[in-house]
Design a binder for this molecule. Structure first.
Ligand code: ATP
Ligand code: MG
Length: 243
């Protein structure tokens, strides 16, 4: 066991390229093995900007990220993005079946060393409460919840170290939301590897369920609300206005 975080961000800063407005004030943050972090905050406060910055999907205007204690270089970037997986707020599904969608990453150069495992994909779907026929469903017929489940399985099957979940259940009914939560929990718990999650949510009850650390964003400023040293008691159930 080591104390080096999986991911450590030092003064990450993002600006709007056109107007120069600061979208993310210098934010530092570290993510350790087993961390389950919730991020809440009003709409437009920069939660997605933060997650995309952590995933190194957008160019940083300042700051840096270390991965297992080392800077991410051009050479390790592909590997980083494969392991620090961002699940978009509105997932894109491709034409074809769910299985076609799940097979897609394996057609990419970055995943040429791994093979699609239908049985594993089916078992993920089952844990998300979907039957045997789910993989054969046409992507164009998926409900919002099913599209989100597809997007999540597409990532989980590639065994990332960190999931950056951007409101993955925003437009879902409670049952589908719980299915997504269960799927992520299984992935976190079943780890013989190092894993951690960051979950953006507007629902305080969900944020509490899926996390043991709570960060807030407000007008581009990242803050830590609680990091209990001891197991949390009732007094740690802080309320956060999340609109
Ligand atoms: N690439 C970009 N260029 C310019 N402005 C951006 C860019 N991405 C986001 N913004 C702006 O940054 C601010 C924060 O956006 P962000 O999407 O992170 O909000 P959010 O907290 O995720 O909101 P929500 O809860 O509605 O998803 C918004 O004002 C948005 O318009
Ligand atoms: Mg957002």
């Amino acid at each position: 066991m080591t104390d080096i975080p999986i991911v450590e961000a030092f003064d990450l800063c993002r600006r709007d390229a056109e107007r120069g407005q600061v979208l993310l004030q210098p934010a530092s943050f570290s993510l350790h093995d087993g961390d389950r972090v919730a991020v809440t905050g009003p709409s437009g406060s920069g939660k997605s900007v933060l997650l995309r910055a952590l995933a190194l999907l957008d160019p940083l205007d300042a700051g840096r990220i270390e991965w297992h204690g080392k800077p991410v270089s051009r050479i390790t970037m592909t590997h980083y993005r494969r392991n620090i997986a961002y699940i978009r707020q509105r997932p894109a599904v491709l034409e074809g079946t769910v299985e076609d969608n799940l097979r897609y990453p394996y057609t990419l150069h970055a995943y040429r060393d791994v093979r699609f495992d239908r049985e594993r994909a089916r078992s993920f779907a089952e844990r998300a409460g979907r039957g045997d026929d789910f993989l054969d469903k046409s992507a164009s017929e998926l409900s919002g919840g099913e599209a989100q489940i597809t997007a999540l399985i597409r990532v989980l099957q590639l065994a990332p170290e960190v999931l950056l979940l951007d409101e993955p259940t925003a437009s879902l009914d409670p049952e589908s939301s719980h299915a997504i939560e269960a799927l992520v929990k299984t992935w976190l718990d079943s780890a013989d590897a190092r894993r951690a999650s960051v979950w953006v949510s507007h629902d305080p009850a969900q944020a509490a369920r899926v996390s043991d650390r709570h960060l807030t964003m407000r007008a581009g400023v990242l803050d830590e609300v609680t990091r209990p040293a001891a197991p949390p008691g009732p007094q740690d159930n802080q309320r956060e206005d999340t609109r």
